[in-house]
Ligand binder design. Structure first.
Ligand code: AMP
Length: 281
């Protein structure tokens, strides 16, 4: 396994791999890896001949008052985990390498980015699209794997790839959870054990919603209320949003139909936790 820090070196390796007619599988991450990230690596390995994982905490996707500076980092441990997975390359550039001092080009998806997490994290998806676009240009993947955990992100990336005619197949991997149901996240490191126990209530709430939908409930407001009531039982949880949207276009649904995304963002102490499920009606 190679660790590459320079864009030029990564481009040279990718070019060589392509010349050998091998497929490149790519998993972009911000490091502090957990089983969720590793499950995406497994998918990338299955779907390609050469696997690249990037580790880069991208400053342009963090708002001014967000946790860019304190974002968990553990590169040595990440390297060990990826060595065990037998991937081919870790691409881990520094900020200067990715953003020159006069950097001035951004990618935006204004419609899809104006809802859900985009509403409380202005500019977040512009930063995400820009870094993913840059990484795609550098790594030249045939296949890139993203987590369902960040459903809005995966949907936006798929739209960007389609609109900009990138020749990359986007695959999504299911959300990996703690035994309690809490979705794994690098930001769970901000939580105490007690907070982790309380945070498991988020998944309980959306699963209860799923149950009520399976029984026939289709009224979005009623379902959102049910979720909010269950989450609010834990004092330390502060709801940012609970939304039910059409999974194709992220438009809000009053009456559930087709493929629906039930998505939440909830503050627990210092951590803003997101989770979602997809239901078919
Ligand atoms: P991050 O390092 O948080 O930027 O995440 C990198 C990739 O891992 C993204 O595509 C995330 O959606 C995905 N991911 C994060 N948490 C999980 C999880 N619990 N299960 C599956 N994928 C995840």
């Amino acid at each position: 396994m190679k660790i590459i820090k320079k864009i030029k070196d990564m481009q040279t390796v990718s070019k060589k791999v392509k010349q050998q007619n091998m497929k490149i599988g790519f998993v972009p991450t911000m490091g502090a890896l957990h089983e969720g990230h590793l499950s995406l690596v497994d998918i990338a390995k299955k779907k390609s001949d050469f696997t690249v994982v990037s580790i880069f905490v991208n400053p342009t996707q963090f708002g001014k008052n967000e946790d860019f500076k304190s974002y968990p980092k553990n590169l040595d441990f990440d390297i060990k985990l990826l060595q065990n997975k037998k991937i081919d390359v870790i691409f881990t550039p520094n900020t200067k390498e990715m953003y020159s001092i006069d950097y001035d080009t951004y990618i935006e998806t204004p419609e899809l980015s104006s809802v859900l997490c985009g509403r409380s994290r202005e500019g977040h998806f512009k930063g995400v699209c820009t870094i993913v676009g840059k990484l795609f240009n550098i790594v030249q993947p045939d296949v890139a794997v993203f987590g369902e955990k960040d459903a809005q992100q995966a949907i936006i990336i798929e739209k960007m790839v389609k609109d900009l005619n990138w020749n990359v197949k986007i695959i999504t991997g299911k959300t990996i959870r703690e035994p309690s149901g809490l979705a794994m996240s690098s930001r769970n490191k901000y939580l105490t054990n007690e907070q982790k126990t309380d945070a498991a209530q988020i998944y309980k709430a959306i699963k209860m919603a799923e149950k009520s939908i399976k029984k026939g409930e289709r009224n979005s407001n009623k379902i959102k209320k049910l979720i909010k009531n269950i989450i609010s039982k834990k004092q330390c949880l502060k709801i940012d949003y609970v939304e039910i949207v059409d999974k194709q276009n992220l438009k809000p649904l009053n009456i559930l139909k087709n493929e629906c995304l039930i998505a939440t963002a909830v503050w627990c102490g210092k951590a803003r936790l997101i989770d979602n499920i997809t239901v078919f009606c």
